[in-house]
Design a protein around this ligand. Structure first.
Ligand SMILES: *Cc1c(COP(=O)(O)O)cnc(C)c1O
Length: 648
């Protein structure tokens, strides 16, 4: 899977650099879902509404406005139009396939709020989905409380998954009282018993779904969501028992829905087809046993092509949204027609596919950590060790046209020998420093010479990483891209400007936490994954901004406060035709202050400020700090408490 982009940055034989090269390198269109592209001026351009390509936002204009508003980076930028567009695309795809195939049921999708619970996100989705009766899904009591208040369309569904206690059931029945189509999906048999008991006690008819533990497993990182050892769901025997239990309790009319969910980010369309076929078969057999269900809920799993490869790699998928929807509709239709049972209504719970594209994190590079380029005097000395001389001679050998491979091999050998010799106290510390310095000079030279070779031996390809720089980014991986750390999720990261210039340094990224895991070294490059990405040389007094994309699903809400870096400032962007820049910032949501994050950890910032003031006062009274200076330090400490947790 891993591709090597050896020396892409230095290749001199390439013709003049153009934005097409940038497009190919950063694969923007391939992962961009129609929303992002490299603009003619080298800046990233956003088309938040693909049905109106006239409307184009230059990300530089967004950055300028953020600066003008005095908002500090890093910033989460949300494009609300992208959310709306994704909701419309999914619903239109279902409508289209339903109509085209003569399917008798309707599509009644829901958005699972766990994927991004931000109120503004949920509100936008509900509003955009109103004309399609698009509903919400909740997986916990807190989410249910939110969903009860926000899913106000009585014609849409509310689906409840996850483990439930009695209070959860009562809340669901409150929803029924309020006239909502709220379906409790039973994950384990005991939940059914408790739901029936409470429904009888309150004399409210619930709507009930049964989640099937499928035999089909999804492929991808989340494949354990299906199969015999799945955490959730009923076996076939339990499904039949559940239906009989409802029958015995005169509540069979409350059984509405068959649910399955075989995992998120399904990479292979075959697992979708298999799950749909299995689910439809269970539905059909249940129907023939006299248990007439109204809905089949195919769960989530509709994937995102994070790396733009359109493959079954973990960060991709080998199908499109259109294909996924067609396979669900036609797959269920086929089974139902064969089994001569009515078509059910269809529910899906796509979260990732709805939200991933709409938000990104924008931040600036605040420094560069160069690899192995220390300056050190390596001039010859009379009594120096032979290894130093040998290494120096390799430099002349290179200059005189020696074989690159041979020089590489010899240099590597001398360096190894030097280390052993140092341990045996045969080579001095000073000599070792010379040998290492010469070694890296040779490697840099080799690296440059290799740029134009067609074939590069594997060992030498690794030089690419060894010689690359690290760009220090003003953000925390743990807050803004938790999955890149936790599960090696690949997210596209690209420069936001100068893409019309040839990038000339290969870099990986490190964040500002003091954790060595706080780094990104998997990049989307030419539709593959690379451990370095070509970017541009930093210029003095000129900001260099990068964007991390597809962070709208899960990443936005899963981050933690490692090192007490808190939530990010956010700007919410709406596109607007009449604006010269085609957008306006509708809302600014302030990120966490230092006060906020400390309070969460049970500190009491006012007391801390008092304590520090007391310490300063003591020094003032001893005459060690001047009174005026003391006041300044006190104010400074308090201002920092009110400030943003990231670098200024
Ligand atoms: C997480 C989850 C989803 C959302 O899955 P996506 O892959 O993000 O679409 C849907 N349904 C259930 C039951 C889930 O647990």
């Amino acid at each position: 899977m891993r591709k090597n982009f050896y020396l892409y940055a230095e290749k001199q034989t390439l013709a003049k650099w153009s934005i097409d090269d940038a497009e190919r390198l950063y694969s923007v269109k391939r992962w961009g879902g129609g929303y992002f592209e490299v603009g003619p001026n080298g800046n990233l351009h956003v088309t938040p509404d693909p049905s109106n390509t006239e409307m184009r936002i230059d990300i530089q204009d967004v950055i300028d406005e953020i600066k003008e508003e005095g908002i500090q980076f890093p910033v989460v930028v949300r494009f609300h139009d992208i959310l709306r567009s994704q909701v419309a695309q999914l619903n239109k795809a279902f409508r289209h396939n339903i109509q085209e195939s003569g399917f008798q049921g309707k599509y009644m999708g829901v958005y699972p709020v766990k994927v991004n619970q931000m109120r503004e996100v949920v509100e936008e989705i509900v509003e955009a989905g109103e004309e399609y009766n698009y509903g919400l899904e909740a997986g916990s009591k807190a989410e249910l409380l939110a969903v009860l208040a926000y899913n106000v369309n009585e014609d849409s569904l509310t689906i409840l998954n996850g483990y439930k206690d009695e209070e959860f059931m009562r809340l669901a029945l409150l929803g029924r009282k309020l006239g909502r189509k709220i379906i409790v999906v039973v994950e384990k048999f005991s939940e059914l018993i408790s739901l029936v008991k409470i429904a009888k006690e309150l004399k409210i008819d619930p709507m009930i779904g049964l989640r099937s533990k499928m035999t089909v497993k999804g492929r991808g990182k989340w494949e354990s969501s299906g199969g015999d050892r799945a955490k959730f769901g009923l076996t076939i025997a339990e499904i039949i028992n559940a239906a009989r239990y409802l029958q015995e309790n005169d509540m069979i009319h409350c059984l509405n829905l068959l649910h399955f969910h075989i995992g998120s980010q399904l990479t292979d369309i075959r697992s979708v087809k298999e799950a749909v076929a299995e689910g439809a078969q269970i539905y059909a057999e249940m129907y023939r046993m006299g248990f007439k269900l109204d809905y089949i809920d195919v769960g989530g799993g509709l994937g995102i092509d994070y790396d733009g490869s359109q493959s079954t790699s973990e960060s991709s998928r080998n199908y499109t949204m259109q294909e996924y929807v067609a396979d669900v509709v036609y797959g269920i239709k086929e089974v139902c027609d064969l089994e001569k049972v009515p078509h059910p209504n269809l529910v899906s719970e796509s979260g990732r596919a709805i939200t991933a594209h709409h938000s990104c994190v924008i931040t600036q590079i605040v420094g560069e950590i160069k690899a192995n380029n220390a300056e050190f005097d390596t001039s010859p000395e009379d009594d120096e060790h032979v290894l130093v001389r040998n290494m120096r001679e390799l430099i002349s050998a290179l200059a005189e046209g020696g074989s690159l491979q041979e020089v590489f091999n010899d240099a590597s050998q001398y360096k190894e020998q030097a280390l052993s010799a140092f341990k045996l106290r045969v080579v001095s510390l000073n000599e070792l420093a010379k040998i290492e310095t010469l070694y890296w000079q040779i490697m840099s030279e080799l690296h440059e010479r290799m740029a134009d070779e067609d074939f590069i031996p594997e060992e030498m390809q690794e030089l690419d990483y060894a010689l690359s720089s690290q760009y220090l980014c003003n953000f925390s991986v743990f807050q803004s891209a938790a999955d890149t750390w936790a599960i090696d999720q690949v997210l596209p990261v690209i420069p936001l400007q100068r893409m019309n210039e040839r990038p000339t340094v290969n870099v990986s990224l490190v964040d500002i936490t003091c954790d060595s895991d706080g780094k990104i070294d998997q990049f989307v490059c030419e539709s593959g994954i690379s451990d370095v990405i070509p970017m541009h040389k930093l210029k003095k007094n000129q900001d260099y901004f990068i964007g991390m994309f597809l962070t709208g699903a899960y990443q936005d809400v899963m981050g933690d406060m490692h090192n007490l870096f808190g939530r990010l400032n956010e700007v919410h962007i709406y596109s607007y035709d009449d604006d010269p820049q085609d957008f306006y910032i509708e809302e600014i949501v302030k990120g966490s202050s230092v006060n906020d994050v400390l309070s969460i950890m049970q500190y009491h910032p006012p007391t801390m400020a008092q304590q520090v003031k007391r310490l300063i006062d003591k020094k003032v009274s001893k005459g060690e700090i001047k009174p005026r200076e003391g006041v300044k330090w006190t104010d400074f400490y308090e201002n920092c408490l009110d400030g943003y947790t990231y670098l200024k």
